[in-house]
Each structure stands twice: as C-alpha cells, then as structure tokens.
Design a protein around this ligand. Sequence first.
Ligand code: A3P
Length: 300
Amino acid sequence: MSLKPDKMDLPPRPKLFDFHGISMTHYFTDNWENVQNFQARPDDILVATYPKAGTTWVSYILDLLYFSKTCQERQKTTPIYERVPFLEITVPSLDSGTEMVEKLPTSPRLIKTHLPVQFVPKSFWEQNCRIVYVARNAKDNMVSFFHFERMNYIQPEPGDWSEFYQKFMDGKLVFGSWYDHVNNWWKKKQDYSNLHYMFYEDMIEDTGREIDKLCHFLGLSPSAEEKRMITGDVQFDSMKKDGMANYSTLGIMDFKVSPFMRKGLVGDWKNHFTVAQNEKFDEDYKKKMKDATLQFRTVL
Ligand code: A3P
C-alpha cells in the first residue's frame, strides 16, 4: 500500500498558476506526461467532477456496486482513495495517481478525475470508456470547496470567505472555473454517449432512484436486497463514520479545521452568503450560465 504523507513532510501550500488556460497547482501537473499518455482499458470507469461535487460519494457507490459481493475485505481495509485512485495527483511520498491505477487489481478499474473535459487523456475517448460526471450547484459547491481548502494542506490558501467567494466567481481555483467545468462536460454529452451526467441534489433527494439510473447506465442489475444495503451504506452518516470512506487516514488533511464529511447538505450556502453576495452572485451566474438545458437546484 502507499505511504501516507504527514502534513509535517509537506512543503508550504502550493501556488496557483495558469496551465493551458486553467488554474492549477503542481500537484496536478507534475505527472502530466504520464497522465496524458495514460492507457485506458475499455472497461475502465471514470468518475469526473469539479472538486467537492460528490466525487467520494459516487466513487463509493460504484465501488460497492462492483465489488461489495466479491471483495468484502477491501471495504474494511482499503481507503476509498486507493480503491478509486485520483488519476492526475502526485504528492511526495505517495504513489502518483497513474501508478496507483496501474496497480489496481480490479476489473473494472474505477478512476477519479477532476480534469476539465479538454484535459482528459485521449485513450478514455478512444476506448469508449464509461464516464460518470457528477455536478453540484455552484453555491454549495463553493462553500464545500472553501472549507476543504482550509483543511487540506495541498490546496492553496483559501483566504477568508469573501476572498474565496470572489476567486470562485473568477475561476481562480484549482481545476479552473466551475462554470466552464460543468458546462463543457454537459456539452460533451452531445457527441459522447457513454457519459452519465448526475446531480448531487438528485442524489440527496432520492439516492435509490439515482443508483437505479446509474445501474441502468452501467448495465448492472443488483438484487433488491443489494440495492437496499448499498443505499443504506452510502448515507452521509454512515460514510462519515466509515474510516475507509471519510479520509481520516490521510495526513494531508486537518479534521480539527473541518472534517472531510462536513455537512452533506443542499442549501448550506445560506449560512455563508450575505444578501449582497447572493445578489451579486446571481447576476453574474446569469451571464455565465446561458445554456437553459443545464439547470441546478440550490434548494430542495
Ligand atoms: P460538504 O462539504 O458540503 O459537506 P467530494 O467527494 O467531491 O470532495 O465532495 C465532498 C462533499 O460531498 C462534501 O460536502 C461531503 O460532505 C459530501 N458528501 C460525501 N459523501 C456524502 C454522502 N454520502 N451524502 C451526502 N454528501 C456527501
């Protein structure tokens, strides 16, 4: 298994830089050649998201759908970030994402990425891999990202809430603009049919229904009992307690600042946005989100 770096071993927080038009940090570009040359297999499944949209949740669901019956040991001993490796990451003293994927014993291999669609290694498209994209409404996504940057030492300093709010609207966060990310992945559906686009809010509203849709996309037909068990295991409170799902084993995060499984809600943005920030945000949102076919819910 990979080494777990402790935050004491880590250099100061990284700086953002422009990388082919997208804000990135070196942790996600240092292994670029290997990422771009990554050889996907036809049965690989890619989970793609903008950070904090529900990646871990959907990764966990996929892992249970494929392996809960055959590899029960894995659920108890292997953290989710090793079961579903993060393709583009490279952190000192930890295997790179591409190395972790190469070492995966499973078939299919489940792979996580936060890359904007234009950066996805071309072999995924050539192999016609199944891709699951998860999107979350911008306001809650922003709040979740803010708390994540506060507690994660390989992320840039978030600044205070109002600074972070501005950076989000300016697209000056790791993996670039939320607006471009969700829109460009949405557009990709038009010419790539093996893409299932999911919404965090739908998952909160009815996890079982969304798992059914996911199974339909994947061509899986779990029994009613399996589905019931998986739906129970992936509820927020259950995952929050599960040491293999809640990232408590990774030294780069400080849970005293904020836990990884923080609130898991739709609408927590109301506890962060001032009235003025909300008005300004909505104005700006209208200008950036012109595609009426892509709609998000900020309340349920
Ligand atoms: P909050 O910070 O709003 O609580 P990612 O996995 O993409 O980093 O996303 C993390 C966000 O998803 C966090 O949001 C986390 O709490 C939430 N999350 C993770 N598992 C969840 C679950 N089972 N149900 C609801 N939300 C979940």
